[in-house]
Design a protein around this ligand. Structure first.
Ligand code: UN1
Length: 480
């Protein structure tokens, strides 16, 4: 029997226990309790923000080398413990063990990357339009950031918000997603083990009350949020009301275009990865497959065969390729959209039926739905599950128009051997990220991440772009 974790808030470098009101079950086997935890609210957020405010002066004044060392140690500890942390992540969230370990590695590498960035922060020297005057710009830390993270990447997304925030001298309060606080708490514990001073990173466990308290707290200078569009809109509104900076990463309905000249095996492999890995629970998932007429039937038949052969099962079973949905509610969303799509004329080529598994978990079969209309709901609303729809198009221009025909704009992919179409797609796809002969999902950790239109709002996350959100520029003028 694996141990049941009892989680605590982390405030000012200490674990703060509270009644364990909530129980988290393993999505692969709901008989197993993974963790019990408190449900915090505005009172804990007040304490955490006070601790983060008190820690700010010393942390922002610290040598960047001090910050770099702590981030580097955190990265190394995460990488060293990837097996045990990956296992916890898989038990808590439901992605396969290989995916859980891979995500933990990614979190470790993010900390190592931002360890270097702490030392590379730089400004500019410019000539003034006035003779004898010099101008200098430099980037300064901003203050206390509220970080609101989703359940689908329970360690990588907290890492990619915490690491740049603290690398550049800010302090933070983290609100981890309701279903996955255990993995996030493990990360916060490791940061402290790596020598992080008290109060630099705080964590309050809870639901919407915690998020709202952070968004409206007058001492929180910025909110970085990854989650749904509905919540994102209220985060932006709350932050704007008090002039806090805000960064939103929300959904996608990411198109993957397959042109007639595509390498068929490549196209199938890219779609299989993009649509179904991580149980399709990625905002970057390839959920709309837009296929040109000449390759359509061959591609759809080959993909359907691979989808039907995917092994769905317990996240810790090494044979499993697709783990369960994170929660029962999330599994039901997939089933609801499968119904919506078939009622609108979609034809199920793989999956679609409820699975009965022993042990019992929130399993959803990877499902491929063919012959859908570009205007159908399945092609406009995010499912966030292992469900992909296909759309047949006549030529490249129609493919591009369909690809751009939703309100989202996170990631867009094309599979083709034509340089002309690949380049044109990269220029004209209305998305923050474009992929040629690659899945729409699965991004590098050291480059900017983010979308356009309904998918994102505010400065980009990650890579060199992260400094735009987590620092503010000061402009200095001097004359001799
Ligand atoms: C990836 O595709 O590698 O929530 C990362 C999400 C994104 C991260 C996707 N913010 O799915």
């Amino acid at each position: 029997m694996t141990e049941v974790l009892s989680l605590s808030h982390w405030i000012n470098g200490e674990k703060v226990s509270a009644p364990l009101e909530v129980e988290r079950r393993n999505p692969s086997d709901i008989a197993e309790v993974v963790a019990r935890f408190p449900r915090g609210g505005a009172a804990q957020v007040d304490q955490a923000v006070a601790a983060a405010s008190a820690a700010f002066d010393a942390w922002s004044d610290a040598s960047p080398e001090v910050r770099a060392d702590i981030l580097d140690r955190t990265g190394s500890l995460l990488i060293e413990r990837r097996e045990s942390l990956g296992r916890l992540l898989s038990r808590e969230e439901g992605k396969t063990l290989a995916e859980g370990i891979g995500e933990t590695m990614r979190a470790g590498r993010i900390f190592r990357y931002f360890a270097g960035e702490a030392l590379r922060l730089h400004g500019q020297n410019l000539a003034s339009v006035r003779p004898g005057v010099e101008i200098q710009t430099w980037r300064q830390p901003v203050g206390v950031f509220g970080l609101i993270t989703p359940w689908n990447f329970p360690i990588a997304i907290p890492a990619w918000k915490i690491a740049p925030a603290i690398a550049f001298g800010n302090t933070v309060v983290l609100k981890a997603a309701g279903p996955t606080p255990a993995t996030a708490e493990a990360l916060v514990a490791i940061l402290h083990e790596a020598g992080l001073p008290a109060g630099v990173v705080n964590m309050v466990i809870g639901d919407g009350d915690v998020g709202r308290a952070l968004v409206h707290h007058r001492d929180v200078v910025g909110i970085s949020f990854t989650g749904s569009q509905g919540v994102g809109a209220s985060v932006a509104e709350g932050a704007a009301r008090r002039q806090a900076r805000v960064q939103l990463e929300m959904g996608g309905k990411n198109p993957l275009v397959i042109l007639d000249d595509a390498d068929l095996d490549r196209a199938v492999a890219v779609a299989l990865d993009g649509s179904f890995m991580s149980t399709g629970q990625r905002c970057t998932a390839s959920s709309r497959l837009i296929i040109q007429d000449g390759i359509h039937n061959r591609f759809v038949a080959a993909l359907a065969e691979k989808v039907a052969a995917l092994r769905v099962g317990h996240a810790l079973d090494p044979r499993t390729q697709v783990g369960p949905a994170v929660t029962e509610a999330q599994a039901e969303v997939s089933f609801r959209y499968i119904d919506i799509a078939t009622q609108a004329g979609g034809r199920i080529l793989a999956g679609g039926e409820r699975l009965s598994h022993q042990p019992q978990g929130w399993y959803v079969p990877p499902t491929l739905i063919a012959d859908t209309d570009p205007s159908a709901r399945i092609n406009h609303e995010e499912v966030f599950g292992p469900v992909a729809s296909t759309i047949r198009v006549a030529d490249y221009e129609e493919a591009l128009a369909v690809a751009n025909g939703t309100e989202f704009g996170l990631s867009a992919g094309i599979v083709t051997q034509s340089l002309k179409y690949a380049r044109d797609f990269q220029r004209r796809a209305k998305a923050g990220m474009t992929m040629v002969n690659l899945a729409t999902a699965g991004v590098d950790y050291h480059v900017p991440f983010g979308g356009t239109r309904g998918s994102s709002h505010g400065p980009r996350e990650q890579g060199f772009a992260a400094a735009d959100f987590y620092t503010q520029i000061k402009t200095g003028y001097s004359a001799a």
